[in-house]
Write a protein that binds this ligand. Structure first.
Ligand code: PEP
Ligand code: MN
Length: 401
């Protein structure tokens, strides 16, 4: 286990992280960011661990792009990100500055020697991004979900040598994610990386914007051990105060890099304001990261044990989050039952549940009795909550007993 070596100590001491101003910094030369990535033989993403991608959610103004680029380049960020076409959930929101923003990024690249990446969702975006010398392209979560669109993009990249990063699809489907990666590989893209940005859920009960669902990226890595894995804690948490925690977790899971949304004035950001951090905060997050050793054959048993424990802890967290969501549903069910004047416990429904979970347990070679016993406890708590709704007992619902 080593402390992150990414930022030099002396550098941090020169910088007052609380009062960051780009002009406080003197640039130091990182050869890796001065050359065009696809001209060198070394893998673009494997030049440093953790590989750091940072930059604003959206390219808003020329000034914002230049100020951020200066700060990030000075601290040795490996790749500058900014959205120039923004996939917004609802119409009428800011949808990006398009080609104009590419000009700013290209100017920042030559001024501060920092390669850049943008999200592309249409072949026309690829054409413009290449024209403006983008160094890496990324595919957003809402695009990865659509194999037709991914194929159009992969076709548009035939014969072009540029690394591509594929964000996970919004839904927790490892095959869809792997399939999108393969479409680029089949089209001839030599360097593809996966970005884990979490998965949409119907609620944010666990306090995440997008549920991390760690077993999905772990499964992708199991299937494709050589694949570069990058974690995007900004979109997972949706909350700048939790980015350090998720970034560390990603390091503990042997991710290769991080993508962290960074803005000179996060609260004033036009998109994703709550999850962006200042360059100074980014530096602190990176500096405090503990980067663990590689998981290799000759790894000591103790380190292996620690690694497996990390995986287990994160699965436990997921299990509790899911149980919490299930309890939320129980309370909603309680309300409906109260309105329809139905009993909380319905034996027919419980028999159905037992049959279904029993079948699923057998599929996973788990003893049916063990799963049913576990479910009896969950079901019992669910009924208790429904009764509390029927009886309007706030103490139970608030967890006071
Ligand atoms: C983004 O990175 O700004 C973005 C839109 O991400 P995602 O595709 O993960 O939602
Ligand atoms: Mn964003």
């Amino acid at each position: 286990m080593t402390k992150c070596r990414y930022l030099p100590w002396q550098y941090k001491s020169r910088l007052n992280c609380q009062n960051y101003k780009p002009s406080n910094l003197s640039l130091f030369n990182l050869s890796l960011i001065t050359q065009s990535p696809y001209l060198c033989t070394m893998s673009f993403f494997k030049k440093a661990k953790p590989f750091i991608i940072a930059g604003p959610c959206s390219a808003e103004t020329r000034e914002q792009i230049m100020i951020t680029a200066e700060a990030l380049s000075a601290m040795g960020v490996h790749l500058y990100r900014a959205g120039v076409w923004k996939p917004r959930t609802r119409p009428g929101s800011f949808e990006g500055n398009g080609a104009k923003a590419l000009e700013w990024l290209s100017e920042a690249k030559s001024m501060y020697n920092i390669p850049f990446t943008v999200e592309v969702a249409e072949p026309a975006h690829i054409e413009l991004a290449l024209k403006h010398n983008a160094d890496v392209l990324w595919i957003g979560a809402r695009t990865t979900v659509n194999p037709f669109q991914v194929q159009h993009l992969a076709d548009a990249l035939k014969g072009v040598s540029i690394p591509v990063m594929v964000k996970n699809p919004v839904n927790a489907d490892v095959d869809l994610w792997q399939g999108a990666i393969e479409r680029f590989e089949v089209s001839g893209t030599r360097e593809v990386a996966a970005i884990h940005r979490g998965f949409s859920g119907y609620s944010s009960a666990a306090g995440y914007r997008n549920q991390p669902n760690w077993p999905i990226p772990i499964e992708l890595k199991r299937r494709r051990p050589e694949l570069t894995m990058i974690c995007d804690p900004s979109h997972i948490t949706g909350n700048r105060n939790r980015i350090a925690e998720i970034a560390q977790k990603a390091m503990d899971m042997h991710f290769d890099g991080l993508m962290i949304e960074t803005h000179p004035d996060p609260d004033a950001a036009w998109t994703d304001a709550a999850q962006q951090v200042t360059p100074a905060a980014l530096m602190l997050i990176i500096h405090n990261l503990i980067v663990r050793e590689e998981f290799t054959q000759d790894m000591s048993s103790l380190v292996q044990l620690e690694y497996i424990r990390q995986l287990m802890d994160s699965l436990d967290a997921e299990i509790i989050d899911l149980v919490a969501k299930r309890m939320e549903l129980s309370e909603k069910m309680g309300i409906v039952k109260r309105e329809c004047n139905l009993t909380a416990f319905q034996p027919g429904r419980w028999r159905e549940i037992v049959d279904r979970i029993g079948e699923r347990a057998e599929k996973h070679h788990l003893p049916k009795e063990f799963i049913v016993e576990l479910y009896e406890k969950i079901h019992h708590e669910s009924i208790r909550r429904q009764l509390a709704v029927l009886e309007q007992d706030d103490k139970v619902l608030n967890g006071d007993r």
